[in-house]
Design a protein around this ligand. Structure first.
Ligand SMILES: Cc1cc2nc3c(=O)[nH]c(=O)nc-3n(C[C@H](O)[C@H](O)[C@H](O)COP(=O)(O)OP(=O)(O)OC[C@H]3O[C@@H](n4cnc5c(N)ncnc54)[C@H](O)[C@@H]3O)c2cc1C
Length: 246
């Protein structure tokens, strides 16, 4: 396992993505692919091309030999979407065991319901941001105060938590292989995902790029079909592959 060299990436107002450790990386993918025919590395350029070949031909199992372990803090409603990604290992803080902290996601800007995409939201200059912030803050503070009052009366943590809203931050460890991580980034860094989880998808993309630059490049060329302005710009800036260059 390799130790983390990345800073913890802050996400939303109080969340984060912290890379705990990694295994395999680009070389782990290459080695796993070459073991099929008893081969070893043929040099950096050949290895890099092999990764592109694997991804472009959907030979995905070698990517399962590169593994990332993350420590994540995210609001419960984001975690609920996140935990739908089944190809990963999860361990989460227990709010039966520990008292919740006063850590609630407070959105900086309220978005309006998208009328075309029933799951989506859109920027809405007409919304009264100050009034919405006030309304929301009052509700969150009241919920937290009720939680504390219930605990004060001896109610079990596992019951008192029922009064808390889903913007409460939770923390979990997430161990995921590169194949599944690509699926997560493809689905969650995409504009069709909820704005909040998109920020986590982008943070994951940053770590992925830093730790597996060859695979990330191949992913942009062959695996990324989503919409995301920053990722689209990165893809547009990729060098033309040598074989296609004149
Ligand atoms: C924009 C968006 C909107 C969404 N809306 C909803 C919604 O309204 N309601 C809802 O319930 N979910 C919704 N989801 C969640 C979505 O359906 C997936 O559960 C989630 O994105 C995890 O994706 P996944 O299954 O590819 O990932 P993983 O569970 O990590 O699976 C990875 C891959 O393994 C394969 N796989 C996994 N399990 C099986 C299996 N049982 N059989 C065959 N192949 C399998 C598939 O190829 C899959 O892509 C939404 C997701 C997004 C991104």
């Amino acid at each position: 396992m390799t130790e983390n060299s990345l800073e913890t990436i802050k996400v939303l107002d109080k969340g984060f993505v912290r890379l705990v450790e990694t295994m395999g990386g680009d070389q782990g993918v290459v080695d796993a692919a070459r073991v099929s025919y008893g081969g070893t590395s043929k040099g950096a350029e050949a290895d890099r091309k092999l990764i592109g070949y694997l991804l472009s031909h959907s030979h995905m199992t070698p990517f399962e030999h590169a593994v990332f372990k993350f420590h994540v803090a995210a609001p419960i409603f984001v975690a609920r979407q996140w935990f739908r990604h089944r190809f990963a290992a999860y361990n989460e803080v227990s709010f039966r065991y520990t008292e919740v902290k006063d850590d609630f996601y407070m959105p900086a800007v309220w978005r309006a319901q998208d009328r075309k995409n029933k799951q989506g939201s859109v920027a809405a200059p007409a919304l009264d941001q100050a009034a919405l912030h006030g309304l929301f803050k009052t509700q969150v503070e009241a919920a937290h105060a009720a939680y504390k009052a219930m605990l004060g009366q001896g109610v079990a943590r596992e019951m008192a938590r029922m009064v808390l809203p889903v913007n409460l931050y939770t923390e979990f460890y997430w161990t995921v292989n590169a194949r599944s991580l690509m699926n997560f980034v493809a689905l969650r860094a995409d504009v069709h995902a909820q704005w909040e989880i998109q920020r986590y998808g982008e943070a994951m993309a940053r770590v992925f790029k830093e730790r597996m630059p060859w695979t990330y490049e191949a992913f942009l060329r062959h695996g990324w079909k989503g919409e995301n302005a920053a990722i689209a710009a990165e893809r547009a800036a990729l060098p033309v592959p040598q074989a296609a260059a004149k």
